[in-house]
Unconditional design. Structure first.
Ligand code: SF4
Ligand code: SF4
Length: 646
């Protein structure tokens, strides 16, 4: 099957010129894309969309028809509430597992460093290593960094097990938030424990109280946000460096026609960090010259891209929906994949070109890809082997197939919590002062994926523009960050698009109004920043004028993120409807009932302009709650009836 849009219908798929150019090529040359496969799936299953289908056992599969005359219960007797709750909990467990297993891989690498067995990794941030050691009760007296790495890694491995009553990093949350978790019985204990318990509870015949299932799902998500993901972020900083503001560029224009192009795709920075080192190896650079290339050019995709962009300023080729399209430039010698968000189709796309796809993690193999098993103890050796493979593939290029469609757009990245606090003089106080005096009305994390059901990047960029225009600081991660980068919102000059208050603050600090805080696991940086603001003010996170948004999410990980964000007290607006609408009870719980328990709820609003109104109203309510100068939420014009899907 090939891409078949009528006329220039491909323009409906994305807001970006680079995507249009590649989709036009796909159409002309009959190359299949994610949009073709979506079209082939339509109409998608209504039961699955409502969340009321279940295949948890072999008495099924079952489908429950809550709004019609069909069956109201599955074979076992589960009704729509139970089935929707079980499905949602399993989605959260899968997302939390993905993040947390990523964290485990980084943790095992720290352990290898502690044993002195790595050929390349080292402790890049001893201060952060010491801080973590203190948080875990590991004495630092008289110990070398290597000894500390060994001891801390053993201690952190306990986070994955069942011996803890509380995850140590959850102690970073404000006391009031921790009390809520204690009171509700959702304080996260062990990363693997919560994931496994979700799978147990959702087996047929275990937990059949839908509220009880969902409370555990929140606990499971918290074990991700304040556990596995936070470990991934913190230890990546320890090993590879705390991100600092840097200038880079984004879109398919970052590929270079006269260089060996290597795409780094996936989520885990372990291998991509060594690829950066290997690509600077004199011998390999000389080989590239010999093959006729002017150099070796690295470019990122998805969150591996965000990791190396944040720390090394490596340019970003694009976000999730660009993975097939970037191969169609004909300029990619090698796409290196680790795990998560890598479409199984990329190897098929690559067969139309000279591009090699190399998979690297034994837990993530792909069709039509060569597999090189990554061993962190031999990281540099393997990294060099991979870069050499890319260089050798340069001579297989087909010159008439090289089509790099646009010029890159500049963007800034690298706004870790440490970098943000550094820019503010070491404390959150200046940011709090700006929020108090109203020059910044609040802050919103716009995060998450791209989804072919939504015009690529429209949700992210429209929402972001609305928020900054209304003096709301936006922090971004994941594919949302790449979208805003492409739209030119992540350079200091974008302060001109912000309202007068935010614009003045950004200009004084020389920063963009949209700050790139990292990859998907780095949403934990947003939690840490929110906790720092709350702790400085002596309030819970839920009292702050903050919100989250995932305008174009698709991934199970995004559901885990959204849930731990709400469970941490931050109101969150989803652009893609989650499969819960088959249970009005659960919709009510998620959009209203959670307020009484966690001080925050979900909303679902696909229209980014309406989502901006919801968020602005929420922020003004929170400001009023703190006795800060607030405008009336009702003065933010938009008829209530037009606002919410739920
Ligand atoms: S668990 Fe119940 S609803 Fe699910 S497939 Fe089995 S019988 Fe059907
Ligand atoms: S934001 Fe979503 S699509 Fe993008 S890399 Fe993260 S999980 Fe994958």
């Amino acid at each position: 099957m090939s891409t078949k849009f009528s006329g220039n219908g491909y323009k409906k798929m994305s807001i970006n010129r680079d995507a249009w150019a590649m989709l036009e090529i796909a159409q002309r040359e009959g190359i299949e894309t994610v949009w073709d496969r979506l079209a082939a799936q339509e109409p998608q299953c209504g039961y699955c969309n409502l969340g009321t289908s279940c295949r948890n056992c072999a008495m099924g599969p079952c489908r429950v028809d809550p709004f019609g005359d069909g069956p109201q219960k599955g074979v076992c007797g589960a009704d729509a509430d139970i089935i929707v709750a079980r499905n949602l909990a399993r989605t959260i467990a899968a997302g939390a597992s993905a993040h947390s297993d990523h964290g485990r891989d980084i943790l095992e690498t720290l352990h290898i460093v502690g044993e002195g067995k790595s050929d390349v990794y080292q402790i890049s941030e001893p201060e952060k290593l010491h801080q973590l050691a203190e948080e875990y009760g590991v004495s630092i007296d008289g110990k070398s960094d290597q000894e500390l790495a060994a001891e801390l890694s053993w201690e952190m491995m306990e986070d994955y097990g069942m011996r803890r009553k509380k995850l140590p990093l959850a102690g970073r949350a404000p006391a009031a938030r921790q009390e809520i978790w204690e009171k509700t019985g959702v304080y996260p204990r062990g990363v693997d424990r919560e994931n496994v318990e979700t799978l147990h509870r959702t087996h047929m015949g275990v937990d059949n109280d839908w509220v009880n299932i969902l409370l555990h799902a929140v606990r499971n998500s918290l074990s991700d946000g304040w556990g596995g993901s936070m470990i991934a972020t913190e230890l990546s900083d320890v090993l590879f460096g705390i991100p600092k503001p840097n200038s880079s560029s984004v879109n398919l224009g970052v590929l270079k026609a006269d260089q060996v192009n290597i795409i780094l795709h996936g989520h885990n920075p372990m291998l991509s960090e060594v690829i950066v080192a290997a690509s600077q190896d004199e011998e390999i650079l000389a080989l590239a010259k010999e093959k006729g290339a002017q150099g070796i050019n690295l470019a990122g995709l998805c969150c591996t891209g965000n990791e190396v962009l944040m720390r090394k300023g490596i340019p970003m080729a694009g976000n999730h929906l660009m993975q097939e399209l970037c191969i169609m430039t004909g300029a990619v010698e090698l796409m290196l994949v680790d795990y998560q968000c890598i479409m199984p189709s990329v190897g098929e796309t690559a067969k139309c070109f000279h591009t090699k796809v190399i998979s690297t993690f034994d837990k993530a193999k792909f069709p039509n890809a060569e597999h090189i098993s990554f061993d962190p103890a031999r990281g540099l050796e393997i990294g060099k082997q991979i870069v050499r493979t890319a260089v050798e593939n340069y001579e297989n290029r087909v010159p008439e197939k090289i089509r790099i469609p646009v010029e890159p757009v500049p963007m800034m990245a690298g706004f870790s919590v440490e970098a943000i606090l550094g820019a503010l003089g070491g404390t959150p106080q200046p940011l709090i002062d700006a929020i108090v005096d109203g020059s910044i009305r609040g802050a919103v994390g716009v995060v998450g994926c791209s989804n072919p059901k939504i015009k690529q990047d429209l949700g992210h960029t429209e929402l972001t523009k609305q928020l900054i225009a209304n003096d709301i600081l936006v922090v971004v991660t994941g594919c949302a960050a790449v979208a805003d980068g492409k739209a030119g919102l992540m350079v200091p000059e974008a302060a001109d698009l912000a309202g007068p208050g935010l614009s003045a603050v950004c200009k004084a600090l020389g920063i963009p109004p949209v700050l790139h805080m990292g990859s998907c696991v780095d949403n934990t940086r947003i939690l840490v920043l929110a906790a720092a603001l709350a702790n400085t003010l002596g309030v819970d996170i839920s009292a702050l004028p903050l919100a989250g948004a995932a305008p174009e999410w698709y991934s199970e990980k995004a559901v885990a993120i959204g849930t731990y964000v709400v469970g941490s007290g931050i109101y969150t607006v989803l652009g893609t409807a989650p499969p819960v609408f088959g249970s009005p009870n659960i919709v009510n719980l998620l959009t209203e009932g959670l307020q009484d328990v966690f001080g925050a709820t979900f909303a679902v609003e696909p229209d980014p302009n309406r989502a901006a109104v919801l968020i602005r109203r929420h922020i003004e309510r929170k400001r009023a709650g703190l006795n800060l100068p607030a405008i009336s939420p009702d003065s933010i014009a938009m008829p209530e009836a037009e606002l919410t899907l739920v």
